[in-house]
Each structure stands twice: as structure tokens, then as C-alpha cells.
Design a protein around this ligand. Sequence first.
Ligand SMILES: Cc1cc2nc3c(=O)[nH]c(=O)nc-3n(C[C@H](O)[C@H](O)[C@H](O)COP(=O)(O)OP(=O)(O)OC[C@H]3O[C@@H](n4cnc5c(N)ncnc54)[C@H](O)[C@@H]3O)c2cc1C
Length: 413
Amino acid sequence: MAKTYLIIGSGPAGITAAESIRNMDNDAEITVISEERVPMFYRPRIPEYSVGKISIEGIMVKKKDFYVQKRINLHLGIKATKLDKENRIIETSEGNKYGYDKLLIATGITPLEPKFPGSRIEGVFTMHDLVQAERMKGFVKDAKQVVVVGGGLLGMDMAEEFKAIGLNVTFIVRRDILGDPFFDEYGCKLIHDEFKTMGVEVITNTEVYAFEDMNNRLTTVYTKDGKRFDSDVCFIAIGATHAVDWLKGSSLKIENGVLVDKYLRSHDDDIFSAGNAAQIMDTVFKKYITQTNWINAIAQGNIAGNNMAGRELMKYETTSTYFKRIGTLFFNLLGTGNLQVEGGKRDYFKGGNPKEYIMITMKEGRIIGAVVCGRNKITSKLKEAIEKQREISVPDKLITQEEKSVDDLSKIF
Ligand SMILES: Cc1cc2nc3c(=O)[nH]c(=O)nc-3n(C[C@H](O)[C@H](O)[C@H](O)COP(=O)(O)OP(=O)(O)OC[C@H]3O[C@@H](n4cnc5c(N)ncnc54)[C@H](O)[C@@H]3O)c2cc1C
């Protein structure tokens, strides 16, 4: 009899898993249910879409007939509200029930909602889906002044996009410098200078305190140090939480996300999790982490799908790879990226121009993380060295030389 596969979430993890199941099991009954109202799209381009720079077609990932061809039942605009593990049933916001033989939880993350006074007034935004992006698109048409709150990767994206469409942008950041803690000191300085060159006003070491409105429309943003900023739009990116709250009470093991083993399987053999919703065991640090990026969501979806449908279980041992473009800077954050690790030693290697460099963190003769800027070719080698925890012997010349070059580093691999 055909097996029933149920996937919750239509992002890269969920849809890649569905495709992988179909490739393994031609008879499978595959259903994806998702709160999203449109089929899978390239979420990293939402910032561009939300300011009207690209069309909806520009962010769609799959061809229109993909779901028909792969015989995937896609049920959109539906929220999973409860898991009944004993009876193998998912309940939904519509009051419907979906049964399964194998279940995948790929519900991703949701942005933290601001709790400052006035944060519900019109013109204050967070962003994760196309509904929010659509609303933003309408708003920015008439806007002149924008305040971006939160110096994370998403905040940077939006500050850049607002500036690109000609708005005056004030960027409010809690830390001492933009880019911290994702990037190393040198990278942070490059990023800071990049935003200055764009003409974005960056204000560090402060936080938003409150908003003011006129007829429920944003007019002013106040910071804790007593400053006020006129503003038509305020975009807030102060973090995100794993979208797994609905699983509470199901007895599935959850910390931040769904705890899974190296096969992306939860403690229930028939329930898997992948992408931003899953908490995986980090191969280097041997502790649970989540990888919140596109490339890893695809890789996890692929393995989860295989393991749900395949005969032979595949291990997921891929290190985190976050690709980020900021203005004219092209970064790859590998493994722990910039994480300061006890006993870890950081080293810099310079490229041909100031916007090219590699920072690696080594511990006990092994690379555990790297920030690569402007040098794409070496990325896959570094990634492999981290994943395999290969011992690297750095020649004396590289240790003693003050200015180390990327080319010398490349020769080690
Ligand atoms: C604005 C933005 C910019 C980004 N930029 C980058 C970037 O530059 N580089 C990069 O590598 N990554 C970037 N990311 C992160 C990347 O998009 C995510 O890591 C990736 O989409 C995660 O895939 P996923 O399948 O795990 O989850 P998601 O893509 O979040 O998909 C989860 C799906 O589950 C649905 N869902 C949630 N809860 C329920 C429920 N209870 N019932 C039913 N459905 C539910 C959601 O509606 C959603 O469709 C960005 C993310 C955002 C939001």
C-alpha cells in the first residue's frame, strides 16, 4: 500500500524533502500543508520584493507545473495547530485532520514581534512572509524617512534596499558596531564603511524605546538615549523564534527547535524535522544548534526526505554556510563563523584588495569556523576542512609572516 507522507511547511526544507521522497518512492502519497499563501519562493529576496525592486516571478523557485509533475498535494494558507502523536494525526486551523505514516516538521522560524509602546501602529513592520512584504510595498511608495532597528543580517538587507530606492535611512543598532556578532572586527569595519558610503546613517549603542503616531500612522521613533527620529516607516528585525510552539503538549522533544539526531529524525522514528525548525547536533562542537540559512535548509530537506522514504539512512553532517551580500561585499560565514571559542585562535589572510580577506578560527590544529570575503573559490575547501575536522598544518612561514596572504592559505589545502 502507498505510504502517506505529510510535510508541514512549504519552504526550502519542506519542498526539497517532498521532491526527494518522490524521487525515492513513486507510489508515495505526498501532502504539504503550509501557512504560507504562495508556493515556495526565495525568501532571501523578500527585502528586494518588499520595496518593489523585483516582481513576484523574480522570487519564485519552482516552475508552475512542478507540484503537478511531482504529484505533491500542496495545501496553502493552512496552519498546523496540534500534533497527536499517538494517533498519527495533525490538526489544522480549519479544524481538519491529516493522517501520516511519516511526518516532517519544516515550519522554519517566525520574527520576534516588538513589544515597545506603539509597535502595533501602521508603518511599523517585521518581515518573514510575502503578506508582510506586500503591505510594506504599499507603504514605502509614499515614504521618505525610514528607521531600521536591529543590526542583524535582515536589518542590513532592509537598510540597503530602502536606501537603494532613495529613502533617507537611519539604522539603529544596539551593539558598538554594525555586523557584530556575525562578522569579525575587520568585516564589521568593512560593513560599517559600506553603509556610510551608501549614505545610511548608522547609530550604534542605543535601542528603540517607543513610537508616536498621528491617526494610527507612524510619525516618530524614540530611542532610549532620548533621541527622536521623524519616520514614515520603521522596520524591526530584532531576532526570530523557531515556529514550533504549536508542538508543545505533543511530547515531541523540543528545546528551541525540534531535537533531531544525525538522520534528522526526532525521538519518534516516524517524525523528522529539517531546516530552521530543526535543532541538529553540530558535528564540530557536539552540541545542539540550529542552522538558519537557505543552503542548509535545502541540504537538510534533501536528507530528511531520503531518510523518510529511503531504505538506507543518510547522515546529515553539513556545516553551516551563510552566504551574504552587503553592498559590494560578498561574504560566506562558515561553521561557527565569528564565534569566539575558548582555546580558539583567529588568523587573518589578506587578498588583492581591502575587500578580500579570510578569517579562520583554529583549535587544536583544526579549522572550526571561517569568514570569507570576496574569495569564493576557497569556500568549499574550507567548508570541507571544517566538516571533516581535518588536521591542517600551517607552514612556519604563515605563522611568522605579519601580512599573510589568501593565496598562501589556499596552498595549504
Ligand atoms: C527576509 C529574509 C532574508 C533572508 N536572507 C537570507 C540570506 O541572504 N541568506 C541565507 O542563507 N538565508 C537567508 N534567510 C534565511 C532563509 O530564508 C531561511 O533559512 C530558509 O528559508 C529556511 O527554510 P525552512 O524551509 O526551514 O523555513 P521557511 O523558509 O521559513 O519555511 C517555513 C514554512 O513553514 C510555514 N509554517 C510555519 N508554521 C507553520 C504551521 N504551524 N503550520 C503550517 N505551516 C507553517 C511558514 O509559513 C513557511 O512557509 C533569510 C530569511 C528572511 C526572512
